[in-house]
Design a protein around this ligand. Structure first.
Ligand SMILES: Cc1ncc(COP(=O)(O)O)c(C=O)c1O
Length: 367
């Protein structure tokens, strides 16, 4: 049994060991802001801004997947803001991806800069050429969204000196890539995406094996006040239980679709770390268990790309990792990509039915 199989098994049977006869099999949803608290304040739960039983169960499930302490936040961006504002101080320098999810750059430029935190932006594929030890924090997003470039986490961590290495693992999830095992100090993710998978909530988590760092992040969450509600925690817990099986279908279909897109005459370029011809392939095959479910590809121009998205069996939405395959033209958000560049997130539809629809839409859009 490999590590992922063992973790998936433990995740699904996690609650069994301490269950009493008559207990519910499904996770109870505890909706309360306060807890019975006579006398001193020492209790498993005291006030819901610190924690809540449903959230604690979700964190236990995530800690099995990450093999590390895990803390939930109300969105992926809340995790990125937490590592910046809870762990950096005036004068600290942070190395951040120039080509990853754009909102982190906004937080650094528009807000963190006011507190004297200096950001240096570098493309993901060039991260390995920088000296990580010259920074207080090195933030990696690999594979990067939306360009799907990768960087070598272990090689960067080996030279990190006193820098904290934080990896945004959203596009990979703990089943496909294990940054803490590769030497990172913290891993974080937007669980809005594949971890939940049902496109019905926002959430994020941070995991780490350094108790001091995790305590500081917990304090930030408790006192800054951004904590997920119990209902989101309950719903994400439900989604997380099927992540392993969804990923298996999504990654297998993505491999097949990427090969076929690469061979299609209407497609100018494809990026997918699973393609042997992809610049990300060598590093991705070393550090990822599978190449993921996001494919980027380029059609002739904006009109062709929009016609394809409209004609295809795809949800036209700005997210990824859901059960439904979805796509969008990233230039519409100002990403530094070609006008016809599409980020395609492969979902759980039967592969051949999905490809038949994609192929027909490509022919129609290019005609
Ligand atoms: C790689 C990556 N990190 C973080 C985020 C932010 O997550 P959220 O939208 O849950 O705040 C996103 C959102 O698209 C993302 O793609």
């Amino acid at each position: 049994m490999n590590g992922n199989d063992e973790r998936a098994l433990r995740l699904l049977h996690r609650r069994q060991a301490r269950a009493q006869k008559g207990d519910p099999v499904a996770l109870p949803l505890t909706l309360t802001s306060s807890f019975h608290l006579p006398g001193d304040t020492q209790a498993p739960f005291s006030y819901a801004r610190f924690s809540n039983p449903t959230l604690a169960e979700l964190e236990e499930a995530l800690s099995i997947l990450e093999e590390a302490e895990a803390l939930m936040f109300p969105s992926g961006m809340a995790t990125i803001s937490a590592v910046i504002f809870a762990l950096l101080a005036p004068g600290d320098r942070v190395l951040f991806p120039a080509d990853g999810y754009y909102a982190g750059r906004v937080v650094l430029d528009r807000f963190a800069a006011r507190f004297g935190i200096e950001a240096d932006f570098c493309p993901t594929a060039a991260m390995g050429a920088r000296d990580p030890a010259a920074y207080r924090m090195v933030f990696l997003e690999t594979p990067s969204n939306p360009g799907l470039d990768v960087c070598d986490i272990a090689a960067i961590c080996a030279r990190k000196g006193r820098a904290l290495v934080v990896v945004d693992n959203t596009t990979a999830t703990p089943y496909l890539q294990r940054p803490l095992d590769l030497g990172a100090d913290l891993v974080l993710a937007s669980d809005t995406k594949a971890a939940n998978g049902h496109s019905d909530l926002l959430a994020g988590h941070i995991a780490g094996r350094d108790a001091g760092l995790m305590a500081e992040l917990h304090a930030w969450r408790s006192f800054a006040g951004g904590i997920p509600g119990a209902f989101e925690a309950w719903a994400l817990h439900r989604g997380l239980q099927s992540l392993e099986v969804r990923l298996e279908r999504m990654c297998r279909t993505a491999g097949l679709v990427a090969e076929r897109l690469a061979a299609h005459p209407a497609v100018a370029a494809v990026r997918y770390p699973g393609l042997a011809s992809d610049p990300s392939h060598a590093i991705a095959s070393r550090q990822m268990a599978a190449a993921g479910f996001v494919i980027s590809f380029t059609l002739a121009d904006a009109d062709t790309a929009e016609r394809f998205i409209a004609a295809a069996p795809l949800t036209p939405a700005t997210s990824f990792g859901g059960l439904h395959s979805s796509a969008e033209r990233r230039a519409r958000w100002g990403d530094d990509v070609a006008e016809g560049f599409i980020r395609l997130s492969i979902g759980c539809e039967p592969a051949e039915a999905l490809w038949a629809g994609l192929a027909a839409a490509l022919d129609e859009a290019a005609a």
